[in-house]
Design a protein. Structure first.
Length: 197
């Protein structure tokens, strides 16, 4: 029968834009509303069929994971996850806490370190390790015939078995939205970006 994983490439929050670019696009609120309304609209008819929910940065599942999710990142993704769980899905622990902590350290160092290239390489290696860990969690927990939903920042690249059909669900690619904004800042001469993404 196979397994289906709906991939929602998570939209960057205003705080993440500030960390990366030191500024937020003028149309952010409008784009955020458009993005999350689309995801909610598309997931709504499927919500009772979703059995597993995965969310980046979560090293706990169930009620503990919901508490963590309610305090971090985007309120809209939390609301969607809460609805899916309320309709019968199970929130899974998705990440290794040590790898997440390491990623945070590399990102923090990127902003002010003269060895940026080395730090970026180490961060990218950490991202590959996280992707491998998340891929294993999905493979181990998403059972045959089940539908899962995963919320991941757009730079993640999961490698899943062939029997897992991945469907990307988004109105526009959040990574492209960030890159267009970074390009606009470069053209305007606003060299205040961190890490030269």
């Amino acid at each position: 029968m196979g397994r289906m994983l709906i991939h929602v490439p998570r939209l960057y929050t205003k705080e993440e834009f500030m960390e990366i670019c030191l500024t937020v696009p003028e149309d952010y609120d409008e784009k955020s509303e458009e993005f999350w309304c689309y995801v909610e609209e598309k997931l709504n008819p499927l919500s009772k069929r979703v059995r597993k929910v995965y969310h980046e940065l979560l090293d706990r599942g169930g009620e503990e994971g919901m508490k963590v999710l309610s305090t971090c990142l985007d309120e809209r993704s939390y609301r969607i996850v809460k609805k899916l769980v309320g309709d019968g899905a199970e929130l899974q622990a998705t990440e290794d806490p040590l790898l997440v902590s390491e990623a945070s350290s590399w990102l923090e160092m990127m902003g002010s370190n003269p060895n940026l290239g080395v730090i970026r390489d180490l961060y990218n290696e950490n991202l590959r390790e996280r992707d491998g860990y998340i891929s294993r969690i999905v493979d181990q927990t998403l059972k045959d015939g089940e539908v899962g939903v995963i919320f991941l920042e757009p730079t993640h690249k999961l490698i899943l078995p062939e029997d897992v059909k991945v469907v990307k669900m988004c109105r526009f690619d959040p990574g492209d939205y960030l890159n267009v904004w970074l390009q606009k800042l470069r053209l305007m001469g606003a060299g205040g970006t961190r890490g030269g993404s």
